[in-house]
Design a binder for this molecule. Structure first.
Ligand code: ACM
Ligand code: ZN
Length: 721
């Protein structure tokens, strides 16, 4: 066990940190390539001995000092532990707070689920902010020496708690949900004898003396993300009382949706399974609806009817029903729903989130959990970025070397951690099955011709240089490219794509295509074989080689019955028939749209300035400033216009959907994926689903709050102030 007894902040900087030439994902036309090549030193933030802790110190403790498992701050003069300080630092097993502590910021120790024992808050502690210790399930005791204000969900899901001790005679202000998710009948609250009555009646503390669930209120006009197309609420009509409901009825084709409906009733309402007669939840298919994802939802005191054109559509109706049950989010269970009628359908066909298990591996089961959360917002695609310079994460039976040699490395920029893991094909088949029960398709992505260092590491023959290269340990762009003149490249890609097409039944396979060196495609200029191929084909420029390579790969993919997708780059002079491109570069969306229209291609809108959810949501927030990423606020994401100001012809003929990316160079835990994603992913879901006339940022903020609270109640990280 390594102990981090922090006596001076200076010793944090004794870790040998080299200048990092990091991948700066400011993906604009000009900026990121130039900035990335400058390199940024985190040493420049060097601090004086004894200086107050700041976010940078804790960032180092959390992500750079990766061998430390004990955080003892008792000898420091730290007074403020900033927000997210040690967010989801699972390795920590022990924490001692500073003796002059003033405050602990929100989510500072979120899901630090290894920290055990009792935690003492010195009398100076003024506040423990929202979700500061949410999910610290090994904590057994809390001891407050003074009057500490306790924020929303501050100790939610700390299921190991057995004792909470306070010396304040006047109960400190405590959010009523501060200890949600814990069976408080098992926790002893020890307070001064004369103060017992006051605690019994005080918000937050009263829950230790008995159940005080606040009534969950469903006001549909102020709920629901994405906002449905039409919603009518009949306030004068009788409400549906969940206690009267007798169950779910559905035809055989909707057995999966029936299970989901039953889950919602059990988890989200006061419904009792034993009731023999009463109002029912009816699920049905309705082929008169014109959009495959269209559904109607009717609630009366006589029951609930959800009809959809397809099982997916019925499922979306159920996701809407679940949000109605979450209501204003103040408690876990819905008592009643008002009479209402909803008609709904999406604006765009694909609402997607992309995750990157290459830079930081995402455990298999965590992918499943993420699908469950996406589905709540009617996302219907999970895009898996399975291959990149830093690793190969998918088993390819023909080439076992890929996972044997390229799925385990130490280091991601300045984070000296071991990052290893891959998905077996059996796991991916299971994921696909699981995702289909949530009506989410899984789109696999491999990369070409760049971002292929992991493959070249295993098979040097794939590259122009044909030289062995190490797995990349930093972000950024590599000049190592697949060689379009090398026959093995085609053999390799054919074999890989054939296996992928078999494992992933989604109609799409993503081919990458982005950031092929600096300058783009430059490596091919120095390759004799590439030059010879150019001469043979009568090409004068490298983009023609790119097109040659892509044409061959696209033909193969189309012969496997798949629609190829790729990240649009200006170097692509044409888009091959039947392909889908992604507009992603900051400032280049219109260029990509023009290319899609010119080539009659479908396009996914994923502009960096709205959709890169790996960027921080506020200034100075995770990932901290030193990564050089631009801030993408919640409002900025919300303001994405998937039509990008184009006419209805573009929307009809070209616009396929929206995508949000969660590149993981700086995201090193599953909790941080959620933190980066939400609530911006909810804003993106609404951009992709709801028509512009039904959208309003101000109202979105009201509607998303109960959903964010619900996630925090369940121990899922969300970035809320
Ligand atoms: C990308 O962000 N390189 C698509
Ligand atoms: Zn070459």
């Amino acid at each position: 066990m390594a102990t981090m007894s922090v006596t001076s902040w200076a010793n944090l900087w004794q870790t040998p940190l080299q200048l990092i030439n990091k991948r700066n994902r400011l993906n604009s036309l000009f900026s990121w390539r130039r900035v990335a090549s400058k390199g940024v030193s985190i040493l420049c933030a060097c601090l004086l001995v004894g200086q107050m802790a700041n976010a940078q110190n804790f960032r180092t403790l959390r992500d750079v000092k990766v061998d430390e498992t004990v955080l003892d701050l008792s000898k420091t003069n730290c007074t403020v532990i900033p927000r997210n300080a040690m967010h989801s630092c699972h390795r920590l097993i022990s924490l001692v707070l500073p003796t002059k502590l003033d405050s602990i910021g929100s989510q500072a120790f979120f899901a630090c689920d290894g920290i055990g024992g009792e935690l003492s808050f010195p009398a100076t502690t003024r506040v423990v902010e929202a979700s500061a210790f949410n999910g610290c399930r090994q904590l057994t005791g809390l001891n407050f020496g003074g009057s500490t204000r306790i924020g929303a969900f501050a100790f939610a899901n700390c299921r190991g708690l057995r004792e909470v001790r306070l010396s304040a005679v006047i109960p400190p202000v405590c959010a009523d949900n501060a200890f949600d998710g814990i069976d408080l009948s098992r926790v002893k609250l020890i307070v001064p004898t004369q103060a017992k009555k006051a605690y019994r009646n005080a918000l937050g503390w009263r829950n230790f003396f008995g159940h005080h669930e606040t009534k969950n209120v469903c006001d549909p006009e102020h709920l629901l993300v994405p906002r449905p197309l039409k919603l009518e609420v009949y306030k004068s009509k009788l409400a549906l009382q969940w206690k009267d409901v007798a169950g779910v009825e559905a035809p055989q084709e909707l057995s999966n949706e029936k299970m989901q409906a039953e889950r919602i009733l059990c988890e989200r309402t006061v419904y009792k399974k034993s009731r023999k007669a009463g109002p029912m939840v009816h699920l049905a298919l309705d082929k008169s609806l014109t959009n495959d994802e269209a559904y109607t939802l009717q609630v009366t005191d006589k029951g609930i009817t959800i009809k959809g054109r397809t099982p997916a559509a019925v499922f979306y109706g159920l996701m809407t029903l679940e949000q109605l049950c979450i209501g204003n989010g103040v408690s876990a269970r819905s008592v009643k729903l008002p009479s209402l009628y909803i008609v709904d359908q999406p604006r765009t066909a694909i609402r997607e989130l992309m995750v990157d298990p290459v830079r930081h591996f995402i455990p298999f089961n965590d992918l499943k959990g993420f699908i469950v959360e996406m589905a709540r917002y009617k996302f219907n695609a999970l895009h898996l970025h399975l291959v990149d310079d830093q690793g190969w994460r998918i088993e390819i039976k023909k080439y076992p070397e890929l996972i044997e040699k390229a799925s385990d490395r130490v280091g991601m920029d300045d984070m000296p951690e071991r990052i290893r893991g891959y998905y077996t094909q059996d796991q991916m088949r299971e994921l696909v099955r699981f995702a289909s029960t949530y009506h989410v398709m899984v789109i696999p992505e491999i990369e070409l011709p760049g971002h292929e260092v992991a493959a070249v590491h295993c098979f040097p023959q794939l590259s122009c240089a044909k030289k062995p290269v190490p797995i990349r340990l930093t972000c950024g762009v590599s000049n190592e490219l697949l060689c379009p003149a090398e026959p093995f490249v085609y053999e390799f890609l054919d074999n890989v794509l054939t296996e992928l097409a078999d494992v992933f039944p989604a109609p799409y396979v993503h081919l990458g295509g982005d950031e092929a060196g600096q300058p783009p495609l430059g490596a091919w200029s120095d390759c004799a074989a590439c030059k010879a191929l150019k001469q043979k084909e009568g090409y004068t420029e490298n983009w023609q080689l790119q097109q040659y390579l892509f044409d061959r790969v696209i033909n193969k993919l189309q012969s496997l019955g798949k629609t190829p997708m790729y990240w649009y780059e200006q170097e692509f002079k044409t888009i091959q028939p039947g392909c889908v491109v992604y507009a992603w570069r900051h400032g280049l969306t219109k260029t990509a749209i023009d290319a899609a229209v010119r080539n009659k291609a479908k396009i996914m809108l994923c502009p960096g300035e709205h959709c890169y959810l790996d960027y921080p949501q506020q200034r100075g927030d995770m990932p901290e400033k030193n990564w050089g990423m631009p801030v993408t606020t919640l409002e900025q994401t919300y303001r994405l216009d998937p039509a990008w100001g184009q006419d209805i012809v573009f929307v009809r003929d070209n616009l396929l959907g929206v995508s949000g990316t969660l590149w993981s160079e700086c995201i090193n835990s599953t909790e941080r994926i959620y933190y980066q994603a939400f609530p911006r992913a909810a804003a993106l879901a609404e951009a992709g689903w709801s028509v512009p006339e039904r959208r309003s940022y101000k109202e979105f903020l009201t509607r998303v709050r109960p959903l964010a609270d619900d996630m925090l109640r369940r121990g899922i990280a969300v970035n809320v102030r």
